[in-house]
Ligand binder design. Structure first.
Ligand code: FDA
Length: 398
């Protein structure tokens, strides 16, 4: 028989970014809050995020930088708790920060400072925290949720699911949120790895020989396009541009890579007029890392039977070569999966939740926030901003 300890107003499952934020601010509003986590310490993903400096938000946060089955769902929470709001919180803790690129804000010091910020805010809200606590059962009766972990049990009228998604299981990530949601009758949008390296096979496996080479590109998957670096790896493709398109990519579809992002259309035809003695190989070497230029040129040469000097090539051949370089099609065989994914796309269906409060429509008192929900941000601080904003939406309603 489990021992029922002090009653709480709210039990938050998961002491990650969203769970700690929600617990802190619900506590500061006078709620008696308990946070449970099966890990031995809070915020493990925060600690390793942003290469140890935590890219804690993005000043360009806007609804179109998030994927969800309902592209409108996240608008409310994101507009009520903005990147500027979180930045003000960071500054109120005296944490020095800098913008790295593309609106991405990082700690000057360490990601530990963000975890310490959240823990200090939890202390201000008298939040009770329990770690190394594996939840064995969650039930609901008489308007209260009862959470059991072995011999211990807690009850509260409100339960917040903040256990994230299964990306990087070795950090304690799990699909627990989905099991729990389904138990209470909520639908789950099929979870899939996102912000994840893609794998190449077949004839494209040859590109793996370029492992370590990176270049600025425009990567596209369907309507999504990202101008950033791509990196060839021993398994396929990675780097920010590829991670970004991976969230949009579906198995069986190609991705397209523009290797000439800095050049105007018609570059090769203009070069034929201006520098007819130039060799395509040399021109590409001026644009791209040598090994990549060589590999692309070899493939173009084999496919289009190109002679060396561009002055000797037909306009049609040059147009075709440029088109290939601007729309290089890769057909990934898959992704490196949840083991290497930075986030999970999909999750608890937004159709089940109030966009204002994150409360489940058909189960009053049950809330879901953060990565557990079917809202996934781009690379660059957007996922933490969703964690903060969805947590705050729930905290203000609890
Ligand atoms: P989060 O995963 O943070 O927390 C979930 C908590 O629930 C964890 O503490 C876990 O232990 C706990 N839990 C899980 N299952 C449980 C169970 N069964 N019982 C009890 N507890 C359970 N984003 C960004 O915006 N900027 C960045 O710089 C980065 N960098 C980055 C690097 C790496 C390597 C990864 C893997 C991810 C990022 N991210 C990121 C993504 C970001 O870390 C992520 O989106 C947020 O941490 C999600 O916050 P949540 O609180 O929803 O889940």
């Amino acid at each position: 028989m489990a021992i029922l300890t002090d009653p709480f107003d709210v039990v938050v499952l998961g002491a990650g970014a969203a769970g700690l934020m929600c617990a802190a601010f619900a506590g500061q509003r006078g709620r008696r809050v308990l946070v449970l986590d099966h890990a031995d310490r809070p915020g493990r993903k925060i600690l390793i995020s942003g290469g140890g400096r935590c890219n804690f938000t993005n000043i360009h946060t806007a609804p179109d930088r998030f994927l969800s089955a309902n592209p409108h769902f996240h608008k409310s929470a994101l507009s009520r708790y903005t990147a500027a709001d979180f930045l003000a919180l960071v500054e109120s803790h005296g944490i020095a920060w800098h913008e790295k690129t593309l609106g991405q804000l990082f700690c000057d010091g360490s990601a530990r400072q963000i975890v310490d910020l959240l823990l200090a805010e939890c202390d201000r809200g008298n939040v009770v925290q329990r770690y190394d606590t594996s939840v064995t059962d969650v039930s609901h009766a008489d308007g209260r949720f009862r959470v059991t972990a072995g011999e211990r049990s807690w009850s509260a009228p409100c339960l917040v699911i903040a256990t994230g998604g299964p990306a990087i299981p070795k950090l304690g990530a799990s699909g627990f949120a989905y099991d729990l949601a389904r138990r209470f009758g909520l639908k789950v949008v099929e979870p899939r790895p996102a912000l994840v390296p893609l794998t190449l096979g077949g004839t494209e496996a040859l590109f793996r020989e370029l492992s370590g080479v990176s270049a600025p590109v425009i990567a596209r998957s369907g309507p999504a396009a990202f101008t950033e670096a791509a990196l060839f790896t021993h398994r396929g493709l990675s780097g920010p541009a590829i991670l970004q398109v991976s969230s949009y990519w579906r198995k069986g579809e190609p991705i397209s890579v523009d290797f000439l992002p800095g050049r105007d259309a018609g570059w090769l035809l203009a070069a034929k007029r201006n520098t007819p003695r130039a060799a395509l190989r040399a021109m590409l070497r001026d644009e791209l890392p040598e090994r990549l230029a060589q590999a692309l040129c070899d493939r173009l040469g084999a496919e289009l039977m190109l002679p060396h000097d561009i002055g000797n090539m037909s306009d049609a051949a040059l147009r075709k070569a440029e088109e290939r370089l601007r729309q290089w099609q890769f057909c990934p065989t898959g992704s490196e999966g949840f083991a290497k994914a930075e986030v999970t796309a999909g999750g608890i269906s937004t159709a089940e939740l109030s966009s204002r409060t994150m409360e489940a429509r058909r189960m009053p008192g049950l809330y879901a926030i953060g990565e557990a929900v079917d809202v996934t941000g781009w690379l660059g601080g957007y996922n933490f901003q969703w964690a903060w904003a969805s947590a705050m939406a729930a905290a203000l309603a609890l």
